[in-house]
Design a protein around this ligand. Structure first.
Ligand code: NAD
Ligand code: DAU
Length: 349
């Protein structure tokens, strides 16, 4: 029996983590804490509402008084921390929001856990979910290892790197039992359509231009979101306390190639003739400070914990596209209103 606080569980990855833990561990009590920002959506976890071991709490990880009361009321024995501002482009236009949520929020959460666990850290765990972007940008060779020096290049990755440093500093200074995992690019159902893949799926569907930053040569290492949730399960249960684990898909693609593949699959699914959607590809001004390549060496988690991705990329893309085509209402709800304003500020210039 465990009582786990999962933060950011109404977001993309968090919703898959909450689902996996709620369904796989009926003896655990799962508390999903989320502020419901533009990226948080209770529709992502609607199917869990009736589960007896699932509880939703609306709240802000930067609100120390609220966190103190929450920990005191529920006596959590562990935290899986995903809540964050997660979009690089937004971090470029609004960096302070990333410092507030990602740095101050993480420190506030650890303070609340420490206060609640004071004098008794046995069986307690703070699992911090981070990103491969903290390592910076790679050239054409090499991979990010757990030991690679941090070299964040965007306000988003600087805020995540800072939060990682604070987590390790709390482990060293206060003996907080922590785990850190750094994952590559996720894709799959429920991802907010500001990110490359769902943005392109939505635009292909509506015959809108597909904005490719720069020359589309940037490389990302794609992992299906459920495989990330599975990796978190492995690390949470089998990881060595104090350690860091890299998670990746062994699956590098140039942006332009991934978008072309998406176009081809969608032409087939939408009954369009071959090559139709690729005509929507439009090269636009590059992202400021755009990292060239990310690639994770995930051999540590593979060898030590026995985790491997379960899905091939093409199979995962098929599932993802089907989900977006079937969940019309979800997509319409999140792309109307505030998102429409964001989109036109970001792309209509
Ligand atoms: P997301 O933007 O889809 O979801 C973030 C969630 O956090 C939302 O539900 C939002 O409402 C919530 N949130 C934001 N600020 C909050 C606050 N102050 N208090 C409480 N809740 C708040 O993000 P995601 O893509 O699911 O990423 C989740 C985590 O995984 C992040 O920490 C991110 O850095 C990390 N990560 C993401 C990826 C990726 O490819 N998306 C890869 C590696 C690591
Ligand atoms: O690597 C892990 C990270 O992956 C996570 O930590 C972040 O939270 C997540 O957002 C993601 O960051 P990226 O910046 O790599 O993801 P994004 O989907 O924004 O962009 C993927 C690539 O596509 C990147 O090289 C930029 C490019 N791109 C993106 C958008 C939104 C475009 O060419 N056009 C676009 O419109």
């Amino acid at each position: 029996m465990r009582k786990i606080l999962i933060t950011g569980g109404a977001g993309f990855i968090g919703s898959h983590v909450v689902r996996l833990f709620t369904n796989k561990y009926p003896d655990y009590q799962i508390f999903n804490l989320d502020k419901l920002t533009y990226a948080g959506n209770l529709e992502n976890v609607r199917d869990l509402e009736e589960a007896e071991n699932y509880h939703f709490v609306k709240g802000d990880i930067t609100d120390a008084a609220f966190l103190k009361e929450l920990f005191s009321k529920h006596q959590f024995d562990s935290v899986i921390h995903l809540a964050a501002e997660s979009h690089v482009d937004r971090s470029i236009s609004e960096p302070l929001a990333f410092v507030t949520t990602n740095v101050v929020g993480t420190v506030s959460l650890m303070n609340a856990a420490m206060e609640s666990w004071a004098g008794n850290m046995g069986g307690k765990l703070f699992h911090h979910i981070s990103t491969d972007e903290v390592f910076g940008s790679l050239g054409e060779e090499d991979f990010f290892l757990e030991t690679t020096a941090y070299d964040p290049q965007s306000p988003y990755s600087a805020s995540k790197a800072s939060s990682d440093h604070f987590v390790r500093a709390y482990a060293n200074t206060y003996k907080l039992p922590v785990l850190v995992s750094n994952c590559s690019n996720n894709y799959g159902p429920n991802q907010f359509p500001e990110k490359l893949l769902p943005l392109c799926i939505n635009n292909i569907k509506h015959n809108k231009p597909l904005p490719i930053y720069g020359k589309g040569e940037n490389v990302r290492d794609w992992l299906y979101v459920v495989d990330h949730a599975r990796a978190i399960d492995y690390i949470f249960h089998k990881g060595k306390v104090g350690d860091t684990y890299n998670i990746g898909g062994f699956n590098e693609w140039k942006n332009i190639d991934v978008v072309k593949l998406l176009c081809d699959i969608m032409d087939r699914k939408l009954g369009r003739s071959e090559g139709t959607s690729q005509k929507l590809i439009t090269y636009v001004t590059d992202r400021a400070g755009h990292d060239l390549r990310y690639a994770i060496d995930a051999s540590k988690i593979q060898k030590e914990l026995g985790w491997e991705p379960s899905l091939q990329f093409e199979a995962g893309l098929e599932l993802t596209i089907d989900w977006y085509l079937e969940n019309v209402e979800w997509l319409e709800n999140v792309t109307s209103g505030a998102y429409a304003q964001y989109y036109s500020k970001q792309y209509d210039s």
